[in-house]
Structures are given as structure tokens and as C-alpha cells.
Design a binder for this molecule. Structure first.
Ligand SMILES: *Cc1c(COP(=O)(O)O)cnc(C)c1O
Length: 368
């Protein structure tokens, strides 16, 4: 790679292929793969990821919102796309773009069927979500009865899949709870199979569950974080490779004397002669204020440089007094010497939040 000359997120498609194959190798033959590419593919450019994942043979895609699905269709993505969290107001556009809604309640199932009937749809693919303990979205055992009641009266929709979501598949201390979720899912899926005369796909596992609960793979798994190189566990992280590297560049170097201060609020005060480098990246790019005041740092020519003072909207300042560097030199914010999970932990957060938070104004560079 040429050296970064501005703030860029480098995204390596070969690494994506490695992660896809590694996760896939955990699955029994015939188990399908749903690639979760919501939130701009966790910050990694959803269209670039989707194109590569189609080439690699993913069976399905999932995004959270309808708008994300439309963007993929407009880019020519043809595999089925599950919309995990749509609203009834989105249903006309969902049908128009051949997207497949998650219907998670009596209300949403009813409203989607009404629209499908009105449009004279036949067997439109929809997905049912069961609430097995996460308590966010889904039919519980107590309100399961709405499903057969509403399906009996219509031929406008077809259940492409039924699924649920695990609350703590990465946490061995919650093993008993996870097993109870798996049991509840089997139970509700069994009811559904009795109530309809065809077999929908069944899926429960996210990335961590693919590795930790292989017997719960059913007929499909949903993987997001793992594709991008992380699995909520130090050992599993070693099997996968980070897809994204966030780089920046030194815009300017300031030489401070004792008593000089840096940035807003004069939050950093030099106690001796100090060299400060300014980088074109800030909290509007996803490097949050929490990382300021020396809480985290970046790497310059292989050396660690702490972030000093307050993180600004478009700028951070780093202390490079001890580092041989000059204006225009490349800086690594995450990836390589500074893994995403480590930086996230310094900010009191998780890899998911750090990588999805890199704003779209940061240029993405796709490495083929
Ligand atoms: C985001 C999401 C996933 C992906 O989870 P990972 O831990 O990133 O693999 C799977 N299922 C649902 C319902 C989700 O919302």
C-alpha cells in the first residue's frame, strides 16, 4: 500500500474472503450463510462488501433499515436481503425493491399482509422473528397464536425464514440462559412447522454463536462482526483478520515551550519542551472525545503517541516529543499495532461501536 496522505479507512477484500471462509468452515454442509452488512457493513462500505460476498457465495444479506437495502439493490446486489428492523411506513418500498421484511409482531404481520393482499402479491417472502429472551423484537410463546391465525387467511405471503437472536452468545457465564433461548427457539419453530405445510429456513446464531454453539446453527447463520475480523473473544479473534485499517497523516508539527498549552480549554499544558503533531481526524469522524487527555493514542513510525488535550471535531493532537517523525508522515489509528478491540476498550466501548462509528466522510480505500 502507498502511504496514507489523508485520513483513510483501508478495507482489504482478501481479508474479508479469509474471514468468510473461516466462519463457513465451522458450518455443516448445507447450512446457509447470511452476511450481516447493516450500518454500512459495520463501517466498511456495504456495496464493496456485498459485491465481494456475492462472489464468495453468501446465500443471504441482512441490513437493519429499508434505506440500507435500497442502496444495495441500486448498486446491483441481487441476492435476497432481509430487513431486520423495518417500520410499516417502509413496506411499499420494501416490495418495490424486492426486499424481505422481518415481521416481529401481530401488528406488523397484519399490516404487511394487508398491503400484500392489496397489491395482489402471491407468496411474498417474509421473515418471522421470535422473542426467546432478548426482549427487543419478536413473537413470544404467549402471542405466537397470531401467526397461524393471520397466515390461514392469506396466500399473499410466504414465510422464508423464522429466526431469533441470542442475548449473550459470547459469554460463557450466560451459557444456561443461551441454552434456554435455543430450547425456546426450537419449541416455537416446531409449532410453526406444524402450522404451515412447507419448511422455512431457521436461524439463530450470530458470529459468536457460530463458534460457541455450533449445534444451534439450524439451516442458516447470521454473521456480521466475524466478517470484519472480530468475534468478541481473544482466542477467536486470532482465527479472524481485521478487514479495516484506519490511517491518518501528520498535518503539522508544533514545538512548545514549558507552559504552552494545546487546543480547546487549554486542556494540555507542556511541562517541558514538547513536540505536538496535528492529525486531520476528530470526533466527527468517530474518534470520540473520550479518547483525549492521554486515554488513548495512535502509532507513528511504529511508536505510540498519546492523544493530548481535547479531541476536536476535525482534529486530534498527539505528543511526538520522543518520536522521529515529520509533517506528512503516516499515522495508524487502528489495525496493525493497535487492534480495534484494544482501542475500543480504552474508550469503554466494544469493537461494534468503534467501527460502525467511523463517519462516511472518511475516505474508504478498497484493496482488491
Ligand atoms: C447485528 C445482528 C447480527 C450480527 O451479529 P454479529 O455479532 O455481528 O455477528 C445478527 N442478528 C441480528 C438480529 C442482528 O441484529
Amino acid at each position: 500500500m502507498p502511504k496514507a496522505e489523508e485520513t483513510v479507512l483501508e478495507i482489504d477484500l482478501n481479508t474479508l474472503a479469509h474471514n468468510f471462509k473461516t466462519i463457513k468452515s465451522q458450518l455443516k454442509p448445507g447450512v446457509k450463510f447470511m452476511s450481516v452488512i447493516k450500518a454500512y457493513a459495520y463501517g466498511n462500505d456495504s456495496v464493496a462488501m456485498a459485491n465481494k460476498l456475492e462472489e464468495l457465495g453468501t446465500d443471504y444479506f441482512a441490513v437493519a433499515y429499508t434505506e440500507e437495502g435500497i442502496r444495495l439493490r441500486e448498486a446491483g446486489i441481487s441476492k435476497p436481503i432481509l430487513i431486520l428492523h423495518p417500520q410499516p411506513v417502509n413496506y411499499p418500498e420494501i416490495i418495490e425493491h424486492c426486499l424481505e421484511p422481518n415481521l416481529y409482531s401481530a401488528r406488523t404481520l397484519q399490516l404487511f399482509i394487508e398491503l400484500a393482499e392489496k397489491q395482489k402479491q402471491k407468496n411474498y417472502p417474509v421473515h418471522l422473528k421470535f422473542n426467546t429472551g432478548m426482549n427487543r423484537l419478536g413473537f413470544t410463546e404467549a402471542n405466537y397464536h397470531h401467526i397461524p391465525e393471520k397466515l390461514k387467511k392469506t396466500k399473499s405471503v410466504r414465510i422464508a425464514s423464522a429466526f431469533s437472536h441470542l442475548a449473550a452468545s459470547e459469554d460463557w457465564k450466560e451459557r444456561e440462559f443461551t441454552l434456554s433461548q435455543i430450547y425456546k427457539f426450537k419449541d416455537l419453530a416446531g409449532k410453526l412447522l406444524e402450522d404451515i405445510d412447507y419448511e422455512p429456513l431457521l436461524h439463530l446464531c450470530n458470529t459468536s454463536a457460530v463458534f460457541n454453539y455450533p449445534s444451534a446453527a439450524f439451516s442458516m447463520v447470521r454473521s456480521g462482526l466475524g466478517l470484519y475480523g472480530f468475534a468478541n473473544d481473544d482466542n477467536l479473534n486470532k482465527k479472524l483478520k481485521p478487514v479495516g485499517t484506519l490511517k491518518s497523516v501528520i498535518s503539522q508539527i508544533q514545538n512548545l515551550e514549558e507552559g504552552d498549552t494545546v487546543g480547546y480549554g487549554r486542556a494540555f499544558k507542556a511541562e517541558k519542551t514538547t513536540r505536538i503533531a496535528t492529525l486531520p481526524v476528530g470526533h466527527a469522524d468517530g474518534i470520540k472525545r473520550i479518547y483525549g487527555h492521554g486515554k488513548a493514542g495512535v502509532f507513528v513510525n511504529g511508536e505510540y503517541a498519546p492523544i493530548v488535550g481535547n479531541v476536536c471535531m476535525d482534529i486530534i493532537m498527539i505528543n511526538v516529543t520522543h518520536i522521529d517523525c515529520k509533517e506528512g508522515d503516516e499515522v495508524i489509528i487502528f489495525g496493525g499495532p493497535q487492534p480495534v478491540p484494544e482501542l475500543a476498550a480504552k474508550g469503554g466501548t466494544v469493537s461494534y461501536e468503534l467501527i460502525t462509528g467511523i463517519s462516511q466522510r472518511v475516505k474508504r480505500i478498497i484493496i482488491k
